[in-house]
Design a protein around this ligand. Sequence first.
Ligand SMILES: [Zn+2]
Length: 252
Amino acid sequence: MKIIRKSAFLCAAASLAIAGCSQNVDSSEETTETEDTEAKKTLWGYGESDGPASWGDLSEDYATCKTGKEQSPIDLPAPSDANITQVSVNYGASEAKIVNKGYTVQADFEAGFTMTSGENEYGLIQFHMHTPSENTVAGKAFPLTAHLVHATEGGDLAVLGLMFEEGEANPQLQAMLDNVDSKVSIDVAAMLPDSLDVYNFAGSLTTPPCSEGVNWHVATKPVTASKEQIETLNELMGNNARPVQPLNDRKI
Ligand SMILES: [Zn+2]
């Protein structure tokens, strides 16, 4: 993500959240902020030697990936009245900068879109993609997920995860795919399922530095993308899903 360094943590969060987020700390998130950050070398990835199982050992900065107790992603239970809540969003259509970060494809926004969760209002910074879905539901992964990364003015991060199942082509994803490394109008509201029932839980960035304190939301109702769109994103990003992490004492 590209948040600004003023919220370094934000960036981190953004990035991680985004997993696609991720590599970025080096490049993406932080990059946006300061050029020196950009120059920082990315240490992590999804390969054999730099993949999720090694992240916590690659750098002291990534220690939380190994020692954290509220790490993302997680396996979510089947939805029920007991574990579902609602959020409200103020999204619309706005020009976004589409960036292929290598470890993810990301859409950066400056539009002032917001998500309200409980008492907190978060501004949309970016969304990015993972194949497969990172968070799972009752042990099942979806083929694709979008992580909409938000932050408060104080830098607290919140993510809204959308699950995609294979089906009708998704026009917003197509706009994204047709404009990688360019700008295009994306209608964020049009990406949402028709009801915004969500799981809500404490989590982390899903990429190094795996910072915790991220207010996670995942919509219970999936949306669709075509087989070709899912395959195209997978070709661009590779498998960029961190495996699910222990729930520990968290409640959903
Ligand atoms: Zn992500």
